[in-house]
Design a protein. Structure first.
Length: 451
């Protein structure tokens, strides 16, 4: 390879920016039509350009397009092919346009489409979570803090926590979409263009709600990509947390769930193994998405206005983030939809140990004991019971009253069901509140499906 070809290869982006071909051609078609309507080029010339661009799009889609790496990028490949198809009139397409505002338009179009795809993926996972929660309304599991059994909760309540994490993710992507929905085309290289263009008509044809207000900002702005990366990183963090719980719950030590065979793999030497590889990969891929967020922030932090070639590096990480999040959402929707719950095991785990200790403290409070002293009393009671190898139900009333005379016979009415039912506050795990939460989640999902 010659030094010249090495240099050309280093600056070429065609290996990845060809992914933008639909957006690039759509932008060029809208631009050509506007040039014709405005009399900047003739209507016949505009029609010829549009026809040529549509045929190029067909070539790309059927695999016959002759990509040439020496032309460096998508834009020059399409332009060169347009010259081959329609002759010198192809040179008029770039009137009143720069590659700077052209690529900024392509990226915004792609980001809008990608965001819509992610929103669909989030809705699908929310639907899977909600369906699983609705199918297991009465199932009780231990709730954890510090990965130690803390208080019993309904499994539906636990699952809805992830529904609401995803709801916030959906809101973040929708917010970002509003700021992505801005047309930069017409900004030229940096200062605008000296032609009577109609930017609003181009915006309407391409589906943008408004046009950019400052040409220098428009060609160099990649905030919309940063926002997409940030929203993706937060969403992947949520998925990674769910992945960790699926890994734990499907282990023999927990045995709360069984993942479908489609989402586990075997061991190369241990035939009994069912490894939760999909969930584990999601945890690993989360770090990659974080890396792309840091990458785009680092890319932008030192750039003076306006366009700099550094901005060519905004694409590969973005494409990978989009692909990674989309495939992860899809995998999780499948995992959650097909998992099976071991209700016998979850019920046993929710009743084991001293998970009702807080309920005993609350019992004393209702009898008139200040909470702090009630907490101390039950702490001492737990230590004594542990020392004797007894559970709460095995303690005699005399043993209870050794720690507080406020304990009465009704202390034995405290159980897992009463504990859950007592959390009857908005947002709590009481069955009635969880029913309300399920209805609200269904409303949010139906609103999303209709939007």
């Amino acid at each position: 390879m010659t030094s010249e070809s090495k240099a050309s290869s280093y600056t070429a982006s065609i290996s990845y920016d060809r992914r933008l071909y639909r957006q690039d051609i759509a932008g060029s078609v809208a631009h050509a039509r506007m040039l014709g309507k405005q009399g900047i080029i003739s209507e016949k010339e505009a029609e010829s350009i549009v026809t040529g661009l549509i045929s190029i799009r067909q070539e790309i889609e059927d695999g016959s397009f002759p990509w040439r790496e020496e032309l460096e990028d998508l834009h020059m490949n399409i332009e060169a092919r347009l010259f081959e198809k329609i002759g010198d009139v192809a040179g008029k397409l770039h009137t009143a346009r720069s590659r700077n505002d052209q690529v900024a338009t392509d990226m915004r179009l792609y980001c809008k489409e990608a965001t819509q795809g992610i929103l669909e993926g989030i809705k699908a996972l929310q639907a899977a979570i909600l369906a699983t929660a609705e199918a297991h309304k009465g199932v009780v599991i231990p709730g954890y803090t510090h990965l130690q059994r803390a208080q019993p909760v309904l499994l539906s309540h636990h699952l809805l926590a992830y529904f609401h994490m995803l709801q916030r993710d959906r809101e973040r992507f929708r917010d970002g979409l509003a700021r992505t929905d801005v047309l930069p085309l017409g900004s030229g290289a940096l200062a605008g263009v000296p032609y009577p263009i109609d930017r609003e008509s181009v915006a309407r044809e391409l589906g943008f709600s408004r046009i950019s207000q400052n040409s220098m900002d428009a060609v160099s702005d990649r905030d919309f990509l940063v926002e997409h990366h940030a929203a993706s990183a937060i969403c992947m963090m949520h998925l990674s947390r769910l992945a960790e719980e699926l890994v734990l719950w499907s282990s023999q030590e927990f045995d709360f769930i069984r993942l479908d065979d489609a989402y586990t793999t075997g061991s190369s030497i241990m035939p009994q193994k069912r490894n939760p590889d999909f969930a584990e990969l999601a945890r690993g891929k989360t770090g990659r998405v974080y890396g792309h967020l840091v990458g785009i922030l680092t890319l932008l932090k030192g750039l003076p206005l306006t366009y700099n070639r550094d901005l060519q590096e905004d694409k590969e990480g973005f494409f990978d983030t989009v692909d990674t999040l989309h495939s992860t959402l899809e995998a999780f929707a499948g995992m959650v939809s097909t998992l099976r719950v071991n209700t016998q095991r979850t019920s046993q785990a929710a009743g084991d140990g001293y998970i009702l200790a807080t309920d005993l403290a609350d019992y004393l409070v209702r009898k008139g004991e200040p909470f702090r002293s009630a907490h101390r009393i039950v702490s001492e009671l737990v230590r004594s019971a542990e020392s004797d190898g007894k559970g709460f139900q095995q303690l005699s009333l005399q043993e209870y009253r050794h720690f507080s005379p406020r304990f009465q016979e009704d202390v034995y009415a405290i159980n897992v069901d009463s504990s859950i039912a007592s959390r009857d506050v908005p947002g709590g795990t009481a069955p009635r509140r969880v029913e309300e939460a399920l209805r609200e989640a269904r409303r949010l999902l139906e609103e999303a499906l209709g939007g």
